[in-house]
Design a protein around this ligand. Structure first.
Ligand code: ADP
Ligand code: MG
Length: 559
């Protein structure tokens, strides 16, 4: 797939100038393939990933087709949601900056219809609307469909998912048959093809391969973080990388609310986006995020769909995406169109298998990394402080404050010099911050730190059980296998490692059998001795054993 320069395409200088101003260096693959076809008058079906520049693919040729002298609707763009209709019209506005006499008008629900009717009367040539509101205007005869010569179905898959099929058909049927029709979508489905058969004439199919789904310049990393450490991990990443705009993805609405709340309580500027919010609330959140008033947007997959914000430099998968394709969509939020970005994924224990599937599907490597340690964080905080001080010194205008330093010095006597005063001020500013870190000594990179070294199963998928009988009770491996297999009917060979100590034994059993074994062994005997079987506890070994010699997990010691 070759990328092309916009300069090599037959587009007007006005459009070219706008494209340059928007910072587009070259056309994306979908643009390279579809713009020339559309300019040639072909009907086109274009499929490529979210964020790959589909809007400009239909908007650029659209501008070349409009006759500014005609004050009538010439192009009709249908979008699934209000948010997307707004985004598309913003992109149009930027692209037509140097064209004169072209007006675009977004029409969507939630906006007073009278105002839209007035605006329509002024003679916009490009209408960008949601199907529902367009139908509304058609019923009121406030939209003249007879003059449409270019129709676009944007994000066609989503429109069909949202049940707009009939509306789309009604709308297209009201436009002239000779029109040119193009369709863009992130995914393809039989339904889309069927729709295209009905309404597109001999369309050209342009499909940008899935392999190119992932944007390669994004650094993708995962961290092995336990559920309860996720928030701390998130804060450390934010503090260390200081993203301008960060999106945190969660799998449920509830999670979004929880994470937002916890971030707020830690003093971060965060807000959430999910399906329960009213449109006005969503708009407000997005507005705040775009303007930088909030730095962290916490969102569900559905809520974040199709949202397009530039300069997102960090995406965090707080929850592992439930669908491999979501992963690609999520990380597509950063590193847009050549900008660099980071994608971090939290992955707990066995979720690594799911992550491997994602890597395979997305054809990408996600490398494991260690979270920044407190030492790293201290260094970051200190160097940030140093930078700030330096900036203040460079800005000058410090006479007033220098006088205070002199005053302090004169009060302190001979042996105190300027460095002492400065050091005291640094302590005043930084001391507490650094000390508060000291208090949080738990190392997230060593989640097993507090775990008894042998209380962990040897293999993934196993659970380690503790039996309060050992060598002293003449317990042997085959006694354990006999008891467990005999009680549960589980094949003995599924039992994993068995480690027999003087007073107790560790037995690894498959995760899927653990509960059953625990239930069946309750109050049961091994070698005629009543035993206690429980999950091996993750406790620190204690130095001293209890005097009575009864083995309990709280004083086990590696023999
Ligand atoms: P899609 O509809 O495929 O999800 P968009 O059209 O919303 O993607 O484009 C995503 C972002 O990429 C937008 O911010 C857009 O301005 C930007 N963009 C589009 N084309 C280019 C390009 N050729 N070079 C750089 N950025 C681009
Ligand atoms: Mg789009």
């Amino acid at each position: 797939m070759t990328e092309r320069k916009f300069e090599d395409m037959p587009i007007s200088p006005a459009t070219l100038r706008a494209v340059q101003e928007m910072g587009f260096e070259e056309a994306t693959p979908i643009q390279s393939e579809t713009i020339p076809l559309i300019l040639n008058g072909k009907d086109v079906i274009g499929q490529s990933q979210t964020g790959s520049g589909k809007t400009a693919s239909f908007a650029i040729p659209c501008l070349e087709k409009i006759d500014p002298a005609l004050r009538q609707i010439q192009a009709l763009i249908l979008c699934p949601t209000r948010e997307l209709a707004i985004q598309v019209s913003e992109e149009f506005r930027k692209l037509l900056k140097y064209h004169s006499g072209i007006a675009v008008l977004p029409i969507y629900g939630g906006q007073p219809i009278n105002r839209q009717i007035l605006a329509l009367k002024k003679g916009a040539q490009v209408i960008i609307g949601t199907p529902g509101r367009v139908m509304d205007h058609m019923r009121r005869h406030t939209l003249k469909m007879e003059t449409v010569c270019y129709a676009v179905l944007d994000e066609a898959d989503e429109m069909l998912d949202m049940g707009f099929r009939e509306d789309i058909e009604t709308i297209l049927s009201a436009t002239p048959k000779e029109r040119q029709t193009v369709m863009f979508s992130a995914t393809m489905s039989p339904e889309i093809l069927e729709l295209s058969k009905q309404y597109l004439k001999d369309p050209e199919m342009v499909k940008i391969n899935r392999k190119e789904l992932t944007v390669p310049q994004i650094e993708q990393v995962y961290f092995d973080v336990k559920e309860r450490d996720k928030l701390e991990a998130l804060c450390r990443l934010i503090d260390s990388y200081e993203p301008k705009l960060c999106i945190v993805f969660c799998n449920t609405k509830k999670r979004v609310d929880d994470v937002v709340e916890q971030l707020l309580s830690r003093g971060y500027f965060a807000d959430g986006l999910h399906g329960d919010l009213k449109q006005a609330q969503r708009d407000r959140v997005m507005q705040k995020f775009r303007s930088g008033a909030i730095e962290i947007l916490v969102a569900t997959d559905v809520a974040a769909r199709g949202i397009d914000v530039d300069d997102v430099d960090m995406v965090v998968n707080f929850d592992l995406p439930q669908d491999e394709e979501y992963y690609v969509h999520r990380i597509g939020r950063t590193g847009r169109a050549g900008k660099t970005g980071k994608a971090f994924t939290f992955c707990a224990g066995r979720e690594i298998y799911q992550l491997r599937d994602i890597m395979r599907y997305a054809n990408t490597k996600i490398l494991r990394q260690k979270l920044p340690t407190l030492t790293d964080m201290e260094a970051t905080k200190t160097s940030l402080f140093e930078e700030k001080v330096q900036t203040i010194i460079e800005a000058g205008d410090l006479a007033k404050y220098a006088a205070i330093v002199e005053e302090i010095l004169s009060r302190c006597g001979e042996e105190v010099d300027v460095v002492d005063v400065a050091a005291a001020l640094v302590k005043l500013e930084l001391g507490e911050k650094l000390a508060s870190m000291e208090n949080k000594k738990n190392d997230l990179n060593a989640p097993n730190h507090f775990v008894h070294p042998s209380a962990q199963p040897k293999e993934d998928g196993m659970v380690r059980l503790f039996v309060n009988a050992g060598k002293k009770n003449q317990i042997r491996a085959k006694d354990i296998v006999g008891a467990f297999a005999g009680e549960t009917g589980m094949p003995g060979k599924l039992i994993g490692a068995i480690e027999i100590f003087d007073e107790f034994t560790y037995v690894d059993v498959p995760y899927t059998y653990a509960k059953e074994i625990l239930r069946r062994m309750e109050g049961n005997k091994i070698k005629g001795r009543k035993v206690n079987v429980e999950r091996a506890k993750k406790v620190m070994p204690r130095q001293n054993r209890k005097k009575d010699g009864r083995s309990s997990q709280h004083h086990v010691r590696q023999e």
